[in-house]
Design a protein around this ligand. Structure first.
Ligand SMILES: NC(=O)c1ccc[n+]([C@@H]2O[C@H](COP(=O)([O-])OP(=O)(O)OC[C@H]3O[C@@H](n4cnc5c(N)ncnc54)[C@H](O)[C@@H]3O)[C@@H](O)[C@H]2O)c1
Length: 336
């Protein structure tokens, strides 16, 4: 069935890939993005140019904080589903520029939630992050775990949006799913993230910074798996239920649920670097660094809930994912 999807952050890494997949399947998409200069604007414009090639795509370039423009874009498009991915991302940058996170992530998300209520969408899905698990040490991380120890302002803003979303869902019975993504990687990825930075530096023969001396574990999730999971979840809006399964994060009072989207597989940072070196056939110059402020040593998602709800769970092997990223990178930047 053809539906109308309003996607924020559509010129970003995940938003672009999601919008393109929906457009390829004939859905109508309206993208909204300010094309911020947090990282290379050319990359965002190149993604947006591809989307603009589709007849079933329309786009507004503005800030989430600009209520008037956002209101006009949403009320005139009348989406059935809103997928809110626009945000100031990045743990490390939130130490330098915390205020941007408050405005983009908290005010921006608040504006989206209010408008989702106003146009009465069937389902609002909002990007949260594995970083909300903060200092938790019980692994794998489950959606029903307490999350009270965020370690960065980025994580704190994501946790705050979960609370604001729950309150709106409770008051207005607005169906909301929070998507806790675990380290996403793949073609058209973000230049501020490890795989992009490592690939660039290894090719140029420049050193790479390896934090916590490589004693870091990440649940790396391939972009196509993230997109399949988001699309599958759009058709499972949370509903109020009396008897909730103890492993389901469904709120006891509101049509609100939190879902992890990860690969459910921990990869050691050094193994990740070795897989990249092996595909690039070039050794990295390793610059071992202490742990970064605000970072967590381990992330690992339980994907039981995602599987239960959608019948799907991410499964791309890290070596295959790295290969696909490097193939895209060398073609996009015309590197032999
Ligand atoms: N990529 C990951 O590993 C990851 C992990 C966990 C959570 N997330 C979350 O997923 C979402 C998408 O992440 P991404 O990796 O695609 O990031 P991205 O930075 O590539 O995309 C975000 C987009 O939002 C836009 N944006 C930022 N602030 C805005 C504002 N105030 N108004 C309008 N547009 C604005 C940016 O221009 C950008 O194009 C974000 O909410 C991010 O926090 C990502």
């Amino acid at each position: 069935m053809v539906k109308k999807f309003f996607i924020t952050g559509s010129a970003g890494f995940i938003g672009f890939s999601l919008a393109k997949t929906l457009l390829d399947s004939g859905q109508h998409v309206h993208g909204y993005d300010c094309i911020s200069d947090y990282y290379d604007v050319n990359l965002k414009n190149a993604r947006n140019k591809i989307l603009k090639g589709y007849d079933n795509f329309s786009f507004t370039k503005d800030m989430l904080e600009n209520q008037e423009v956002l209101n006009e874009a949403i009320t005139s498009f009348k989406p059935e589903v809103i997928i809110h991915l626009g945000a100031q991302a990045g743990v490390r940058y939130s130490i330098e520029k915390p205020r941007v996170y408050l405005s983009s992530n908290i005010t921006g998300t608040f504006n989206i939630i209010e408008l989702a209520h106003k146009v009465n969408v069937a389902h609002l899905l909002i990007a949260s992050s594995s970083s909300v698990y903060g200092a938790n040490t019980n692994i794998p991380f489950r959606e029903t775990d307490k999350t009270q120890t965020q370690l960065s302002v980025y994580a704190a803003t994501k946790k705050s949006t979960e609370s604001i979303a729950h309150s709106y869902s409770n008051i207005w019975k607005l169906p909301i799913t929070m998507l806790r993504f675990f380290t996403v990687y793949g073609p058209w990825g973000r230049p501020d993230m490890a795989l992009f930075k490592f690939t660039k530096s290894i090719i140029k023969g420049e050193p790479i910074d390896i934090y916590n001396k490589g004693e870091m574990y990440r649940d790396f999730t391939y972009i196509d798996d993230i997109i399949k999971s988001i699309i599958a979840l759009t058709s499972v809006p949370p509903k109020n239920k009396k008897n909730i399964d103890k492993n389901d994060s469904l709120s006891p009072v509101a049509p609100f649920r939190i879902v992890n989207i990860g690969n459910s597989n921990q990869v050691k940072l050094l193994d990740f670097v070795e897989a990249l070196e092996s595909y690039l056939k070039k050794k990295a110059i390793r610059n071992y660094m202490p742990m970064q402020e605000g970072d967590v040593p381990v992330t690992w998602a339980s994907t039981d809930l995602l599987k239960k709800l959608t019948g799907y769970a991410p499964k791309t092997d890290i070596k295959d994912g790295i290969k696909k990223f490097v193939d895209w990178y060398t073609e996009y930047y015309k590197i032999n």
